[in-house]
Design a protein around this ligand. Structure first.
Ligand code: GLU
Length: 482
């Protein structure tokens, strides 16, 4: 293998901008990137926009922004197929001149009828070769007459096999698909043709892509052979399946990758999560940074079986990455979510306070988008909750009022600079010592300060709010308890 050993590793991601960057393409991008970095090769981004009707600039922008967000950096590109028509045209003309491709004038309805008939006989649908042997003269005349046509590749009938780095030996029989369309006209190449020209022109050494493309591979190899191109190595990545092993639906992830950012996932968590969609290190290690992945990734640890998309795993990883952040980093990450929820207002809370608030939730936070819901009460001028929420197990109105009065009196007596979690805990716990149930005092305190049943502990919250705001909220609770 000395020749191969010297070949430069060059891989590519070739997304079609006909939809948002979804998890399948992002995963293919990640695996290509890791493979390139690991092997000191090059990673190329190529936008396959031959489908002019369905390709949209906003999808291309989404793909690029998504990859950048994930930290998947390309060394060359982005190249756009729509910028390279003369290259495809040159090869199309060559194939036509050499008789390896021909113009086909069959109408859509005719092809459809042919397909139905073949299927009713239980055969695989394929072109019947009606235009395969038209004379040059006739072809020219029909083109000159403006008849609608496409360019078909004359597919040799044979077995085509290749070694897939993930799936092993793969074999197809080209007679099952017959002559196939490679261009709508000389200026409009189709995917199976353009991809081969580009992979050759861009000197791609390894084609790493989703398994959904495996049935395209024999067609591409046939074109490659006729044009005398060398064959890249193929690696078809396992499909990504929903938890019920069905095809991934919108609900479990067939959505724009940037949607995950909006939902409060960190890019590190997504990268880690996607790496495990088909790959695993063969050890117990679960947390992998991009650098770890570059070091440990290899195609021979990629599985053949479908990879299950498990959102709980993503949440778990996201929590782990959030915990790794410093409070300053967490604050920077949190700010857009708090601003979007219109929580931050002039003067309150300042950065230091915000960090104190975030510190209370740092350990248990799974997604940044949970923050407004979890910590929103700190920011509100007035809390909104029903009186019933203040009542601890069977408490009478009288007892509730008494508790709130005690809280007000006790906390008013605490000096501003003694308003710390430890101190407040000591003082209030002492008062509750004589009571038969601490909840009678601590429950109304929690609700008065947070308006919630579940929150960070009331002493923590009181300390962050400070004396003035704490007392304001207790007085507010007294009004609600009236
Ligand atoms: N353009 C194809 C797609 O978006 C990818 C082609 C390939 O990787 O060969 O699915």
């Amino acid at each position: 293998m000395p020749k191969e050993a010297k070949t430069e590793i060059r891989v590519r991601l070739a997304p079609s901008p006909t939809g948002f960057l979804h998890i399948g393409t992002a995963r293919a991008g990640l695996f290509n990137y890791l493979f390139a970095k690991k092997n000191k090769g090059k990673f190329i981004l190529r936008i396959e926009d031959t489908d002019q009707e369905r390709s949209k600039p906003e999808y291309e922008a989404d793909i690029i922004e998504g990859l950048q967000w994930l930290g998947i950096k390309w060394d060359e590109g982005p190249f756009r197929q729509s910028d390279r028509p003369e290259i495809y045209r040159r090869y199309l003309e060559k194939l036509l001149n050499d008789g390896h491709a021909y113009y086909c004038f069959c109408a859509q309805e005719e092809l459809e009828a042919m397909k139905q008939e073949q299927m009713s006989r239980g055969e695989a649908p394929r072109y019947n070769g009606k235009c395969a042997n038209l004379s040059n003269q006739e072809t020219k005349k029909r083109l000159a007459d403006g008849e609608t046509s496409v360019v078909r590749f004359r597919a040799a009938k044979k077995k085509i096999s290749f070694t897939d780095l993930i799936r092993g030996e793969v074999e197809f029989d080209s007679s099952l698909f017959g002559d196939f369309v490679i261009a709508k006209d000389l200026n409009s190449p189709l995917y199976n043709f353009a991809v081969i020209i580009d992979d050759y022109e861009m000197r791609i050494s390894h084609v790493i892509r989703g398994e959904d493309h495996i049935s395209n591979t024999p067609k591409q190899i046939l074109i490659q052979e006729i044009l005398g191109f060398s064959q890249p190595q193929y690696a078809h990545l396992p499909l990504i399946l929903g938890p019920d092993r069905s095809k991934l639906s919108k609900r479990h992830g067939a959505t724009s990758l940037l949607e995950y950012r909006k939902q409060g996932y960190l890019s590190e968590a997504l990268v880690n999560f996607m790496a495990f969609l088909g790959w695993n290190p063969g050890t117990d290690q679960e947390i992998f940074s991009m650098t770890d992945l570059i070091r440990d990734f290899s195609l021979d640890k990629v599985q053949k079986a479908g990879a299950i998309f498990n959102i709980q795993k993503l949440d778990y990883l996201n929590g782990a990455y959030i915990r790794e952040k410093t409070l300053d980093e967490l604050l920077e990450l949190a700010l857009p979510y708090l601003s979007r929820a219109e929580l931050i207002r002039e003067g309150w809370p300042n950065r230091e306070k915000l960090k104190e608030i975030l510190a209370l939730y740092h350990e248990r936070l799974k997604k940044l988008s949970e923050l407004p819901e979890l910590i929103g009460f700190f920011f509100k001028k007035k809390l909104d909750y029903p009186k019933e929420l203040l009542i601890w197990k069977g408490m009478t109105d009288q007892e509730l009022k008494l508790s709130l009065n005690t809280l007000e009196e006790t906390l008013s007596a605490v000096k501003e600079n003694n308003f710390t979690k430890g101190n407040l805990e000591k003082i209030l716990m002492k008062i509750t010592e004589k009571a038969k149930d601490r909840g009678g005092l601590l429950w109304p305190l929690r609700v008065a300060l947070t308006g919630q049943k579940a929150s960070a502990g009331p002493f923590d919250v009181a300390a962050v709010l400070g004396k003035e705001k704490t007392l304001e909220r207790i007085r507010e609770a007294k009004l609600i308890a009236q």
